[in-house]
Ligand binder design. Structure first.
Ligand code: SF4
Ligand code: ZN
Length: 312
């Protein structure tokens, strides 16, 4: 098997693109896909300051690496969830990458430790408020990433969601006809109101296995284990189903998700509609000032309940 581009020995086959690449051409292909995502979706420019949400996993570390190599001004934020050795090991991966690869390019790593800032690890907090761990985690991460982006005046926040993540999420939203979520499923969510950071997903054109291969070929050491709380999550089932379809018919995931984006972009300016809708329903949280649809935002409610668990 030879590289489709330079004809030397290929190291990876990409059935969905009818192509195979050597290490150098594959790295170029990955960078091109990200560059294409950034420009076609008008995510950000070379002068913008970007905050990357990093977890220690392959996607977010690859994203940070690619943005820096493409010449963007990208810092990162790591949230330590306090999930035993998993959090310790993932933090160590992030710290090493930041020191060896990001700092020499002038990039900074910010860190937020849930045990210190919220008073307990994510599992204990979830128990205190009688909510599933992943939903508690989602509330805290969304809040803290947005807060860090606003406080440090970043122009945009970038997450490492890949094609598999987005296709699985789309499948879930379609299966349950969650129209409100469908409206917000794009890779570029505008900063619709003051206090909300713009959010983008520059890896949406790349599959999970392509990002794993990118990390391995480019010496990026990431945490291979999934978060222990992820076991049994519905998204994993959707990913399995999509992987079966992809094996039978390469390109299914991209046809599904990119097709959705195509339809979305043809709808009367989706981002304007989203901004108008947000502006109509969002106002500052009475406790912290971050935008919310209720009087008090879900993070502040969660923290209040965690402090008085008997009241819940
Ligand atoms: Fe958080 Fe759940 Fe994801 Fe773990 S699996 S990082 S607890 S949302
Ligand atoms: Zn609040």
């Amino acid at each position: 098997m030879n590289c489709t581009k330079c004809k030397t020995k290929a190291v990876i086959k990409l059935p969905r693109h009818h192509a195979a690449f050597c290490k150098g051409c594959f790295t170029g292909f990955v960078h091109d896909q990200v560059a294409k995502a950034i420009t076609s979706q008008k995510m950000f420019g070379k002068d913008d300051r970007i905050l990357v949400a990093v977890s220690g996993g392959k996607d977010s570390l690859a994203l940070w690496d690619i943005l820096l190599k493409l010449g963007y001004k990208a810092d990162a934020l790591y949230v330590n969830l306090g999930i035993g050795t998993y959090s310790e090991r993932s933090q160590e991966k992030v710290r090493r990458f930041a020191e060896a690869a990001a700092a020499p390019l002038g990039a900074t790593l910010h860190r937020h430790t849930v045990e210190q800032e919220e008073g307990a690890g994510i599992r204990e907090l979830a128990q205190l408020v009688h909510r599933p761990t992943c939903s508690t985690c989602g509330t805290i991460k969304r809040y803290q990433f947005n807060r860090a982006a606003i406080e440090h005046e970043y122009d945009v926040m970038a997450t490492g969601h890949n094609l598999d993540d987005e296709a699985a999420r789309l499948l879930g939203n379609v299966l349950h006809w969650q129209e409100e979520y469908l409206d917000k499923q794009g890779p570029n969510l505008p900063a619709s109101v003051e206090g909300f950071a713009k959010k983008v997903k520059p890896l949406y054109r790349l599959a999970e296995r392509e990002l794993a291969a990118y990390c391995i070929l480019n010496g990026i050491d990431y945490i291979v284990d999934e978060c222990p709380m992820a076991q049994g999550a519905r998204t994993l089932l959707y990913k399995e189903v999509l992987n079966r379809l992809e094996t039978e018919s390469p390109g299914t995931k991209q046809t599904f998700y990119w097709g959705f984006l195509d339809k979305q972009s043809r709808k009367a300016s989706a981002s304007t509609t989203m901004t108008e809708k947000d502006q109509a329903v969002l106002h500052p949280c009475a406790t912290c000032g971050q935008p919310t649809t209720a009087e008090v935002c879900s993070y502040c409610k969660l923290m209040a309940r965690a402090k008085t668990p008997s009241a819940s």
